[in-house]
Design a protein around this ligand. Structure first.
Ligand code: SAM
Length: 421
């Protein structure tokens, strides 16, 4: 039976329990932070009354919140994600780890903590991140170069152990950094707020040990099934996914110019998913809503697809944003048009991977450009209806930040029965 979320779940407040903040305390869900990741509670509430044979898909699966929630409930699930680092990370998050792997990782962790504290330790070169000294002070950077070398050396020919230690490494990378997470996207701590505590090798390795304990605690809490995470482009899910699903829960990128590549760059450079800024820009251009580096300059020449569907609300917003008095109005109007051009490709194709009457939940946030409100939720609703979904509703979930007009919504609907869409 299908039950949609009821309004009792929603309010005008900034419900922190419906965001990534809630995830941080929840075992594997808290392993790494992606600011726009939505919450375990939101997904678990939607999945709570589903029958055990229900199959779940998230076409923009990010850090894998949806697949992991589904696997804990014993439901079969698939995630589709374009960012290779996130594909690796979410696959580790949703994997089963046997007690021997956890025990071996624990033992390796003790010797790695010791080896990486030694002045004679192996050491790798630092990653080619732009302006690296803003990220890590000299001692922290040197320690991380040693830690990475020790992890790679100690886990040759091991998969599970290496993956768990690399997740721990990613947590240590952030714990020892000058990064601050008090904004919607990542920024840097001021000089006064930098760690400064880590003046001895001992402190560095105790940070690593603490992060390892957190990761291993989550690893021991195994899910009830495994999830499948696929690298692919959600503009055409049917190209990558063979099965058909009963529930789609997803949080696509919002049209708010947040770049996931930019957010993920410390991890991506340290784990060799990125080696230069140009590739970072290319990856961002491939992602929906990407806007970093080369992605921005390409928007100037971008042209809409011939078969684009442009709902009235979108047309109106684009004309408001591109007004002459708005300095970058034309560029931002192109950004918004391309975003919805991509989303339309997704919405047109997604019925091919859904069973009849499948339930969909698009968790989206609205935006505002030069005072023109972009009613993202209404545009999704129009697109879903145009693609043949029925009972499409918009449910307001929470207020997003201090701006009175910005909210997050759940746009829900059902795939029509027996209709080729
Ligand atoms: C809001 S985040 C999803 C967060 C996710 N719900 C979580 O809990 O971590 C949107 C995700 O969509 C991914 N993405 C962007 N464009 C994509 C595309 N064309 N195909 C698949 N994934 C894409 C981004 O890399 C990002 O991870």
């Amino acid at each position: 039976m299908t039950t949609f979320l009821t309004t009792k779940h929603y309010s005008q407040r900034q419900n922190a329990h419906l965001t990534f903040k809630h995830n941080l305390k929840h075992g594997r869900h808290g392993w790494l932070r992606l600011t726009p990741a939505y919450s375990v509670k939101l997904v678990s509430d939607i999945l709570a009354d589903k029958t055990p044979d229900a199959k779940v898909i998230d076409p923009f699966s990010g850090t894998g919140t949806t697949p992991l929630c589904a696997t804990y409930l014993g439901l079969k699930s698939t995630g589709l994600e374009i960012n290779p680092f996130l594909v690796w990370f979410s696959s580790v998050k949703a994997r089963m780890f046997n007690p021997t792997v956890i025990q071996t990782t624990q033992e390796l962790g003790v010797s790695i903590a010791e080896a990486s504290s030694s002045p004679k330790s192996l050491k790798l070169d630092p990653p080619p991140i732009h302006n690296i000294s803003r990220w890590w002070d000299k001692e922290e950077l040197e320690y991380l170069c040693k830690l990475k070398a020790c992890i790679c050396d100690a886990t040759k020919d091991m998969t599970g152990e290496r993956d768990l230690l690399l997740v721990t490494f990613c947590r240590t990378v952030i714990a020892l950094s000058n990064a601050a997470f008090n904004h919607q996207s990542m920024s840097f701590k001021s000089n006064d707020n930098r760690p400064g505590l880590f003046d001895s090798q001992l402190n560095h390795s105790s940070v690593f040990r603490k992060e390892l304990a957190f990761v291993l605690e989550g690893a021991a809490d195994n899910p009830n099934t495994t999830a499948c995470i696929i690298t692919g482009d959600a503009r055409q899910p049917s190209r990558y996914v063979r099965d058909k699903y009963d529930i789609l829960i997803t949080s696509p990128p919002y049209p708010n110019r947040i770049s996931y590549i930019r957010e993920m760059r410390p991890y991506m450079y340290w784990l060799d998913y990125l080696t230069n800024g140009r590739d970072a820009g290319e990856l961002d251009w491939q992602a929906i809503g990407g806007t970093w580096g080369i992605a921005t300059s390409r928007l100037t020449d971008w042209k809409p697809s011939e078969n684009a569907f442009v709902p009235k609300a979108l047309k109106k917003a684009i004309s408001g944003i591109s007004r002459q008095e708005n300095a970058n109005g034309v560029l931002l109007a192109n950004y918004v048009s391309k975003y919805f051009d991509d989303i339309w490709h997704h919405i047109k194709d997604v019925p091919k991977v859904l069973n009849d009457c499948a339930e969909v939940h698009y968790i989206v946030g609205n935006s505002s450009f030069y005072g023109t409100l972009l009613p993202v939720e209404e545009i999704y609703k129009d697109m879903l209806e145009q693609a043949g979904f029925k009972d499409v509703q918009i449910l307001r979930i929470r207020k997003r930040n201090s701006k009175a007009e910005l909210f997050e919504f759940d746009v829900t609907g059902k795939k029509s029965r027996n209709k080729s869409m």
